[in-house]
Design a protein around this ligand. Structure first.
Ligand code: KIV
Ligand code: ZN
Length: 388
């Protein structure tokens, strides 16, 4: 039987931490409703203690969201947890996400303390959060660089204290996919009470491995992935939601599914990009403007004969505009004939041979040949063919 991977969206928290992406309460609430509509399982709405504005955003989001879990972040600090709980007051399904750094870099460099003390604080924060809700997620910040033995001790202790989800963040995007996968597998095999909690992946993209690491985590037993629309997030970003969802869908035989309505991926990507004032790189998987464009002659010829030769995803399935045959100096005759057809010209093979020479000369001087350029080429050619 297929197993569901829960999608935990943190666009409104980790994504919104990006400089320039800050949102007001109305914008956050509008995006939260769209995320609910997309089918995410959990919306991380913000970090209420961080500012009055974020407190209001979490409160307003909690009021309008239905069955989707609304989550608020806190540090392992009593006051943070209380403020998070207060902001979540109206949520139908509230979750408190609390935690602390567990790597030696954090324990010594940030807290100047010991592993024993961190373990104690981890247990205390989960216990405290459980006073407000039954749904408590614990994050072991910088788990990616935390020793597996110590991480297993922390995870066991916080589950005993009441954590229902254990988040294993690769906060600095340091891990290789096999290392991250082994880390999750280690927890599955060495934490005696692990069956009482869901393991969550939270990967950053500093080495471009966030999606690969999250998938490795799922293959090892994680059943929740934390991600953002367009991969927005601190520094190089978080795991991109659209990538994780489509990897699991394209590799259906692995036996996982998500509740995401994939047809909304591109429309929502555009809205998030606009509202957060953060353009999407054209070559971004799934949602980039070139994700379904073909420009080299070899690819175009194959694609025009059968789309699946060069496309593994039907653009309609992810709500993208239909595939584009782009004309550049690297394009071929089939693409040229196809584009002429699209604007109403049915040329013979001989015509195309002649036109192709003119096209290549024009394309060498221009990045892309558009319909206007094609019309000019076609008109000049038709005129040249008329008897004098
Ligand atoms: O990257 C990280 O470790 C985080 C935690 C706060 C979950 O964002
Ligand atoms: Zn993060």
């Amino acid at each position: 039987m297929k197993q569901q991977v829960q999608i935990f969206d943190t666009t409104l928290r980790d994504g919104e931490q990006v400089p320039g992406c800050k949102l007001n309460t109305a914008e956050k609430t509008e995006l939260a409703l769209l995320l609910q509509n997309l089918g995410v399982d959990i919306i991380e709405a913000g970090f209420p203690v961080s500012s009055p504005g974020d407190f209001d955003s979490v409160t307003e989001i909690s009021k309008v969201i239905g069955d989707t879990v609304v989550c608020a972040l806190s540090r392992a600090v009593k006051k943070d947890i209380e403020v998070a709980a207060e902001a979540l007051h109206y949520a139908r399904r509230p979750r408190i996400h609390t935690g602390i750094g567990t790597s030696d870099q954090h324990i010594v460099g940030k807290f100047n303390t010991t592993r024993e003390d961190i373990l104690e604080r981890a247990v205390q924060c989960v216990r405290w959060a459980r006073n407000f809700t039954d749904d408590v997620e614990f994050y072991a910040e910088d788990a990616g660089r935390t020793s597996n033995e110590y991480l297993a001790q922390v995870v066991e202790a916080v589950i005993r204290a009441g954590a229902t989800v254990v988040n294993i963040p690769d906060t600095t995007g340091y891990c290789l996919p096999h290392q991250y996968g082994e880390k999750v597998a280690y927890l599955v095999n060495h934490v005696p009470n692990i069956d009482r909690a869901v393991i969550s992946c939270h990967c950053h993209n500093d080495l471009g491995l966030a999606t690969a690491n999250s998938i490795a985590g799922v293959l090892s037993g994680a059943r929740q992935v934390e991600c953002t629309i367009n991969g927005l997030g601190e520094r190089a970003g978080n795991t991109s939601l659209e990538e994780v969802v489509m990897v699991l869908r394209q590799h259906e035989y692995l036996g996982y599914y998500t509740g995401i309505n994939t047809r909304q991926l591109n429309p929502l990507s555009r809205i998030v990009s606009e509202v957060m004032r953060m353009p999407v790189q054209p070559n971004k998987a799934i949602v980039g403007s070139n994700a379904f464009s073909h420009s080299s002659g070899i690819h175009q010829d194959g694609f025009l004969k059968s789309a699946i030769t060069y496309e593994i995803i039907d653009p309609e399935e992810v709500g993208a505009d239909s595939s584009r045959i782009v004309l550049t100096a690297r394009s071929g005759r089939s693409a040229l004939a196809f584009r002429f057809q699209k604007i109403g010209y049915q040329f013979t093979r001989n015509d195309i041979d002649v036109l192709y020479e003119k096209f290549v000369q024009a394309a060498d001087n221009k990045k892309e040949i558009n319909d206007g350029d094609l019309l000019q080429l076609a008109d000049a050619y038709v005129l040249s063919q008329e008897p004098a």
